[in-house]
Design a protein around this ligand. Sequence first.
Ligand code: ZN
Ligand code: ZN
Length: 251
Amino acid sequence: MGVDLVDCTPDVREQLRLLRDVRFDYPGGVNRAPIDGVLLTHAHMGHYLGLAHLGYEAMHTHGVRAFASERMAGFLEENQPWASLIERGEIVVTEIRPGEAFEPGGGDGGSGGSGVAVTPIVVPHRDELSDTLAFRFKGPRATVLYMPDCDPWHRWQERALEILDSADVVIIDGSFFDGDELPGRDLSKIGHPLVIDTLALLGDRVARGELRVILTHMNHTNPLIEPDSEARARVLDAGFEIAIEGMEIPL
Ligand SMILES: [Zn+2]
Ligand SMILES: [Zn+2]
């Protein structure tokens, strides 16, 4: 079965070992394509820096596809060490277009495919090195949106709701709980939706059972990562979920 990652964090070495379909080694050899592809959201540290582990000094992969927007692809092609990964064929950049669904396909040489259609969606976020994508995965059973970074809702609420309502399950930006965890920072300049605002925006949909909301991408200051915090109880009581390692969502 094929394995495609969404984003490639600096912790990708440890993360790959958690995936049961990833095999680095086999008797008498080394697997140069432990994964088939990586779908990249954007050029911020936590989302693409782990590609370095696919390079010559580490895994030295062969032909792992890097699905990227035109701007993200250009960034990889024009900057080291990413350009060397491309030159050596460790990654193969495949440009994807917003709104155009594609099938990552896995390791079947394109014949079988994953049965999951992925649609890249451009979302507003600090875009200094690349633009930012969310991905919508449409399988036979469920449609899941992954949007780890985006601007606060009030800056783009109508469009945001359109995107959120296009899925059954949304895994979204839960960076900061509220203004209190960032003393001295101007709330209006925080480039992420606050979880308290997400509760207000999506609470009715969650309560009615129309939408499953899973919060991810928590900052280290976020009380949601503390097991016994009031913030955590409030979120869970409202029917929202908090992403955990090993969570599985069948598509
Ligand atoms: Zn970001
Ligand atoms: Zn991020």
